[in-house]
Design a protein around this ligand. Structure first.
Ligand code: PEP
Ligand code: MN
Length: 362
């Protein structure tokens, strides 16, 4: 069947959880070999190192380029690990195919660009190479799925997604906000796809790697891609978020891997409670909309505008504070109330078009 939703993605053959680790960038043969030997000693089976580095501004370290392929080959020969790197152009694809690289990933800036994605997909046509697709820089699920589809249409079947967070203007503790709802929705849309979490690029700093990795495992992600360097402080790119192989090993050992099996009866009982609550929520919302329409009629009769700014601000502030008091994220409640308010306004506007049909009800 030629529909990406139904295919079974061939899985990468790594033990669960699947770990991909290595430096942000290959810097020198010594740095690559030293990082690889120590990662291999920690049991890592898939090595990563960026050869071509997309930098926000010119003048930064843009990667060692194709000369690093020989270093990755040496990693394979001497440690037995598989090796992977980022590709962003058809020329990169040619180089990695010639060099015997085992897997490639598409970076966030490339996923965001349909022209670049199509060129890469064309270059990979008919090639049996596993490809990881990082989420695009902006929180746009369709772009992410579109990139996977382009590769799928080119015949790539061994594919996985990498969640590396989304860039945002809002201040937060993260370098790239996780917005977990997006990878969760990706999994709902493409249930077969494996998702790796990249806590290094989400967190942007070492301290956040352990907690983000744990969250990803709690959410049932299949694997982790983590930046690890033999001497992180001296790294030429992303120094603040890289950790030594030994620290990586410690984090993996301490991360609780959730057992996917559970006692189904207990879970079914809890799920039926959730279903009941959701049904009640829908009924409550329907009631709220009915009242909104009555208000709409009242406003029409008294010639008042639908949107009352002060009232809206007060409603948002009150519900957000109450949600926080009850242990929820204020931001979550804000988004929810905005969506509810938008529908209420739509219902009231609808009433304006009713030509006074139900005026006598108020
Ligand atoms: C990387 O993995 O080093 C990288 C550049 O990642 P991203 O595309 O997620 O920024
Ligand atoms: Mn990096």
């Amino acid at each position: 069947m030629n529909d990406i939703r139904h295919i079974t993605f061939e899985q990468l053959t790594l033990p669960h959880p699947k770990i991909i680790a290595g430096p942000c960038s290959a810097e020198s043969e010594e740095q690559v070999m030293e990082s690889a030997r120590r990662l291999s000693a920690c049991g890592i089976r898939m090595f990563r190192a960026g050869l071509w580095k997309p930098r926000t501004k010119p003048g930064g370290f843009e990667g060692v380029g194709a000369q690093g392929i020989a270093w990755l080959k040496r990693v394979k020969d001497e440690t037995g690990m598989k090796v992977s790197t980022e590709v962003a152009t058809p020329r990169h694809v040619e180089e990695v195919l010639r060099g015997g690289i085992d897997m490639v990933w598409i970076g966030a800036r490339t996923t965001a660009n349909p022209f670049a994605m199509q060129e890469i997909a064309d270059a990979l046509e008919g090639v049996d190479l596993p490809v990881l697709v990082k989420n695009p820089v902006s929180p746009d699920l369709e772009l992410w799925i579109g990139a996977l589809e382009r590769l799928y249409n080119a015949g790539i079947r061994r594919m996985a997604a990498v969640h590396r967070g989304f860039s945002s203007l809002d201040k937060s503790i993260y370098r790239n906000r996780p917005m977990w709802g997006i990878p969760i929705e990706l999994k709902r849309r493409l249930p077969q796809i494996e998702i790796f979490c990249d806590p290094s690029h989400i967190g942007g700093k070492r301290e956040l790697i352990a907690p983000i990795s744990q969250q990803a495992m709690d959410l049932g992600f299949e694997g982790l891609m983590i930046e690890s360097h033999c001497t992180p402080d001296t790294a030429w790119s992303d120094a603040a978020q890289q950790i030594t192989p030994e620290r990586l090993s410690e984090i993996i050992c301490r991360t609780v891997i959730r057992d996917k099996c559970c006692r189904a009866e207990d879970l079914n009982e809890l799920r039926s409670q959730i279903d009941k609550t959701d049904d009640e929520l829908v009924e409550l919302l329907a009631h709220r909309m009915k009242v909104a329409r009555m208000i709409g009629r009242y406003k029409r009769r008294h010639n008042m505008p639908v949107l009352q700014r002060d009232r809206y601000e007060e409603l948002l502030a009150r519900r957000t504070a109450e949600a926080e008091r009850l242990g929820m994220e204020g931001e979550f409640m804000r988004t929810l109330m905005q969506a509810i308010h938008e529908e209420s306004v739509r219902q009231q506007m609808d009433v304006l078009d009713e030509h006074g049909a139900n005026d006598d009800k108020l």
